[in-house]
Design a protein around this ligand. Structure first.
Ligand code: GLV
Ligand code: MG
Length: 295
């Protein structure tokens, strides 16, 4: 079995929650956000990792996550923890795995190998998300994506990217990498999930950052706190005005084709095949995340 199983696609928001905290996992599950990532990596100290694996395993058995796509973020392949992380997940009911600091072809092959074994036991596909956090990973992004048919998306790990490359951890410093990643995801027809916004109580800043991400092709964004989820989901959902505009342009397109014309100006704006495709893509996101392919 190889096809990536994504419960919902695209995910407008994936909420990351520390794997060591039962309370936080329960709270996150109750939110019914599009996607949830139970974290075994940087939000868990080395001393707490064994306990966090137990908490995550129990949560996966006993929690009602509804339609939320549930992923676990494991430590990077080259770390002392990766092997025990994947061993703890062998029989777990997860929808996806997030591979932190995915950087080399070997990293992705190793993760893919473990997913294949897990799928054989379960008889169900598991999606893979690559967390891109270094210049080397960015340079070979399309090759990394191509390795695994399970790869359902890439996530921009901006904090570690800034830490490992020396670029500033702000919109200007990260601009090139952020756009490069979303373009590679679009080329592969997979999801692109934008970076974390580390200022938890900065709702306005979060909204600006999420809008920017949507404009440069991201299909969703990570949240690190429940209060960020609704803001992000709203930004990645078309507004009533955007929906109305899309319907109007599609009606105009039908009329245009009926009259044998390829392009017209509407309100001073050119409507042609490309604009029509943009509107169709927008409408495909209206129903919210659903099973299936990206538009
Ligand atoms: C996420 O892991 C990041 O480094 O931003
Ligand atoms: Mg990181």
């Amino acid at each position: 079995m190889t096809a990536a199983r994504t419960k919902r696609m695209p995910l407008r928001c994936q909420l990351v929650t520390p794997g060591a905290s039962v309370k936080m996992i329960e709270k996150a599950a109750a939110l019914r956000c599009d996607g949830l990532v139970l974290d075994l990596e940087d939000s868990v100290t080395p001393a707490m990792k064994p306990a966090a694996r137990d908490v995550v395993r129990q949560a996966l058995q006993g929690t009602d996550f509804g339609e939320t796509e549930v992923a676990v973020r494991v430590n990077a392949v080259g770390t002392a923890w990766f092997g025990e992380d994947v061993a703890a997940l062998q029989d777990a009911d997860i929808d996806a795995l997030v591979l932190s600091k995915a950087e080399t072809a070997r990293d992705v092959h190793v993760a893919d190998y473990f997913l294949e074994r897990m799928e054989c036991r379960r008889g169900q596909g598991i999606a893979l998300y690559l967390l891109i956090e270094s210049g080397a990973a960015l340079e070979r992004i399309s090759d990394l994506i191509d390795i695994s048919p399970r790869c359902a998306g890439v996530i921009f790990g901006a904090a570690d990217f800034a830490a490992s490359t020396g670029v500033a951890f702000n919109a200007r410093g990260l601009a090139y990498a952020r756009s490069r990643l979303s373009a590679a995801a679009a080329a592969a027809g997979i999801q692109a999930l934008d970076q974390v916004h580390p200022k938890i109580d900065d709702d306005a800043g979060l909204e600006v950052e999420a809008r920017h991400a949507r404009e440069i092709g991201y299909t969703g964004k990570w949240a690190i706190h429940p209060r960020q989820v609704e803001i992000i989901a709203k930004v990645f959902s078309p507004t009533p005005e955007e929906i109305e505009e899309a319907h109007r342009i599609l009606r105009l397109n039908d009329a245009m084709l009926g009259a044998g014309r390829g392009a017209v100006a509407e309100d001073g704006m050119l409507v042609d095949e490309a604009v029509v495709k943009i509107m169709r893509r927008r409408l495909a996101a209206v129903a919210g995340p659903a099973k299936g392919e990206l538009p």
